[in-house]
Design a protein. Sequence first.
Length: 174
Amino acid sequence: MTKKPKSTCDQLAFRELFRMHAEELYQFIYYKYGADNNPEDIVQVAFSKLWENCAKVPPEKAKSYLFTVASNQALNEIDKKKTVLKYQQNTNPKLYSVETPEYLIQEEEFLKRVKQALESLSEGQRTAFMLNRVEGKKHEEIAELLGISRKAVEKRIYTALAFLKERLGEKIKI
């Protein structure tokens, strides 16, 4: 049995902590956050922070400290990726457009009308309609989700369709 080191700042103690926990920490990050989030780098960051704060972290608390730091680091990396992706989506304008400005204005106005019409539906109609048309769920699935009969689902969807056609015009295919 090995003796418990007195300080995490001791190089031998730190090496032993690395030997004992690095692989387990890697596996934790890999399985929880995936390979795309660089588990090797996160393990390195966690051990670097442990070394920087070795005077504050006793050896018996080192493992939980490492896992907390690694988990936070992984979440920070994911947040950074989301921010980059969001920025790319917002700053990537269409390189070309075949639509005329009038068409784009009409499309925007139509989408506003669709949104308003959907908001005018009862909650039950809107829920059933969106589950069917947006999520592609079958009437039986919707009935089970909402705890109502299949006929009630059909009535809600068809009533919503009739309302939307009336509100948006007969030419609309929904």
